[in-house]
Design a protein around this ligand. Sequence first.
Ligand SMILES: O=C(O)C[C@H]1C=CC(=O)O1
Length: 96
Amino acid sequence: MLFHVRMNVNLPHDLPASDVAEILQKEKAYSQELQRNGTWRHIWRIAGQYANISIFDVADNEELHRLLSGLPLFKFMDIEVMPLLRHPSAVRDDDR
Ligand SMILES: O=C(O)C[C@H]1C=CC(=O)O1
């Protein structure tokens, strides 16, 4: 199942720089592992915002929730999820 996910990151300004660096390093590794195994299909930065638009390919809502809530930045994010299904006019075979 495909999901469109928007993540807005709100890091507290008083978080020590060393904590921020550690969280971001963990977040990058977590994200890149899921990208390499095909679960996190796409990620784009939203220009001018500390936010991204991502496409996840997971078995079900439960898996998506587990993966999103495991993000090292999870407690600093507002996340919006939109479930996607194949459009009847789609021509690409991987749009499902
Ligand atoms: O930078 C972000 O958009 C937040 C998060 C998502 C992947 C990652 O490496 O960081």
